[in-house]
Design a protein around this ligand. Structure first.
Ligand code: ADP
Ligand code: MG
Length: 252
């Protein structure tokens, strides 16, 4: 069977149509980019690692009552997802100050925030994905006021679930980016990916500010051992999954 024409090739994934118009096939790539694609490279094995991490996190979030686009993984770097219309808004949740929050506010790296901070960024590479205010977001009609409130609530709910999940992995969830989309029933679904490309994750067993980094900052900041860090995240997520399944089967 010949491969269908790809619908879209992004920086980290390729989207293909399937026989079912409501289902897309996502191929996770080893390609890595940073600083709005000014820095490019490869992280060997990233496609498979991120696909597996994202699959487990989506399944976990579904079990926590959050609706996601995840269906299944036919091969290690492929994910079938429900097709949605992506809202052009990146929802970022921060628990600890890092990255652009430090650069733009002067908050010191590692400062624990008094409560989670939800931010909205315009998903538009040509403009460099700028930070939005609520009013700008509404002005541009990127979401309705109702959707905006829903996005915020969902993002906070995902944050609480993921903080607890990563805590059990010995990992601190510093911050992360989410994308949401609307399906054919007008339902808001969590889409795209959740992986070390889209989260800041710190190893709780390390105090050194460089050693503790287990996410794409290792690539961004040339810290080395990038593949090893992603593998560590995957191993811990899988171990966590295993213990959850064991606990579930014991309860049955
Ligand atoms: P980008 O370079 O735009 O970040 P990626 O390499 O991350 O792209 O590829 C994934 C693209 O597919 C993103 O633009 C993302 O918004 C979109 N996408 C993710 N999940 C879905 C989905 N369920 N339906 C439609 N589009 C999706
Ligand atoms: Mg992307």
């Amino acid at each position: 069977m010949s491969q269908p024409q790809k619908l879209y090739e992004g920086k980290a994934k390729i989207l293909y149509p399937t026989e079912d118009p409501e289902i897309l096939l996502t191929i996770y790539k080893d390609d890595a980019t940073a600083f709005n694609a000014q820095k490019r490279g490869q992280i060997v094995g990233k496609g498979e690692m991120n696909c597996a991490i994202a699959a487990h996190l989506f399944e976990f979030l579904e079990s926590e009552g959050i609706c996601t686009h995840f269906i299944d993984c036919p091969t290690p770097n492929q994910m079938r997802v429900k097709r949605v219309t992506i809202l052009p808004v990146e929802v970022v949740v921060r628990n600890i100050a890092a990255g652009s929050l430090c650069q733009q506010t002067g908050l010191p790296l590692g400062k624990v925030l008094p409560k989670p901070l939800v931010e909205f960024y315009y998903k538009k590479d040509e403009l460099g994905d700028p930070l939005l205010t609520r009013d700008r977001l509404l002005l541009l009609e990127l979401a309705t006021p109702d959707q905006l409130n829903q996005l915020e609530q969902l993002a906070l709910q995902v944050n609480q679930s993921l903080i607890a999940f990563f805590q059990r992995c010995g990992i601190t969830l510093v911050d992360f980016k989410l994308e949401f989309g609307i399906d054919t029933n007008q339902q808001l679904l969590l889409a795209d990916e959740i992986s070390p490309d889209t989260c800041r994750l710190w190893n709780q067993g390390e105090t050194d500010p460089e050693q503790r980094v287990m996410d794409k900052d290792r690539f961004r900041r040339d810290l080395g051992q990038v593949e090893q860090a992603y593998q560590q995240v995957l191993d811990r997520v899988l171990a966590q999954e295993g213990s959850r399944q064991k606990a579930q089967s014991k309860r049955l």
